[in-house]
Design a protein around this ligand. Structure first.
Ligand SMILES: O=C(O)CCC(=O)C(=O)O
Ligand SMILES: [Fe+2]
Length: 308
């Protein structure tokens, strides 16, 4: 009895110290302070619960290019992410730009109805990764090796790495009233996202799974989606705390216009198969407001031979 009592007291003291240290922000939160490891023991790859979770994610990624793990984050961690995003909100880089799905410039040598000539207005903001607090939950989950291994197992390729792009590797993406993120492909293979705050209305993630591959652009199918065909389009209603895994380089996707005063806030920790590639300088400027020397130095390194 005494032993149990002292264990309880020790646990209480430890919890108290943990939360005091986290408040001082002098140590990063541990995985168990961010992720619901009871429901999702992702640090134990041999655990039957984790094995099933990985198998389910792989099945969904193969079937529809996207997998969702509901209530992945613990509420306290989500609250800390929310507090960080709100504190950094004044430093958001807001931008408004016309994009084609490939984020490339207009090419007037192509026919007018070519997908590369389909431009829509984007308006949204990013809290760039280099602004995050050193020990913030978003930085900590991104730096966590067990998390990276788990994501690698889910996407079924390996090894995967944290992205070398210092601005885009794990930002918060923000969308306010009437803002829209139009159809596009990502520059990197996989993105995971954690919704931090749901919009009142709209802000729905829509995607056309695996519509292109490294070998084939499938411009006809892309064209059909851009013109409004819905039979190949899936919609995903994310809730705060959910984790989404997504193959954004091959699936055309967008976020529908947000409506109302509550901003949609989503964290985008990004993993790559090639540790050296970064955004092209053009894309870095469009989304994050500036290009750094690394974007110019590595411009020639591309992950594949696709249009973008
Ligand atoms: O906000 C999202 O859910 C995804 C945004 C997106 O597609 C992107 O930032 O590339
Ligand atoms: Fe994207």
């Amino acid at each position: 009895m005494r032993l149990i009592g002292s264990v309880k007291v020790n646990t209480l003291i430890k919890t108290f110290l943990d939360s005091a240290l986290l408040k001082m922000n002098s140590t990063p939160p541990r995985l168990g302070q961010m992720v619901d490891l009871v429901r999702y023991p992702i640090h134990e790859l041999d655990n039957p619960i984790t094995k099933k979770l990985i198998a389910d994610c792989r099945k969904e990624l193969d079937r529809v290019g996207c997998a969702l793990i509901p209530n992945f984050m613990l509420n306290e961690s989500l609250q800390r992410m929310h507090t960080e995003a709100m504190r950094l909100m004044p430093e958001t880089f807001w931008s408004q730009q016309r994009h084609n799905p490939y984020m490339t410039k207009d090419d007037t040598s192509l026919p007018e109805d070519h997908p590369q000539r389909f431009f829509q207005d984007r308006s949204s903001g990013f809290i760039n990764s280099d602004l995050l607090e050193e020990h913030s939950d978003l930085n900590a989950i991104y730096a966590n090796e067990a998390m990276t291994r788990f994501v690698g197992e889910c996407v079924g390729v390996g090894p995967i790495y944290n992205w070398a792009d210092p601005l885009g590797c794990n930002p918060y993406s923000i969308m306010g009233d009437d803002q829209y993120f139009p159809w596009h492909f990502d520059g990197n293979e996989f993105t995971i996202s954690i919704l931090v705050q749901e919009a009142e209305e709209g802000g729905v993630f829509e995607y056309a799974p695996d519509i292109r591959s490294p070998e084939e652009e499938n411009f006809d199918k892309v064209h059909a989606v851009l013109k409004g065909r819905r039979d190949n389009v899936q919609a995903l209603q994310l809730r705060a705390g959910d984790l989404q895994l997504f193959k954004g380089r091959y699936s055309l996707h967008r976020v529908t216009p947000v409506k109302g005063a509550v901003q949609r806030i989503i964290a985008l920790p990004t993993y790559v198969m090639d540790p050296d590639t970064v955004n092209r300088p053009e894309r870095a400027k469009q989304f994050y407001g500036r290009a750094l020397p690394i974007h110019y130095e590595r411009e020639a390194i591309r992950p594949d031979a696709l249009t973008d």
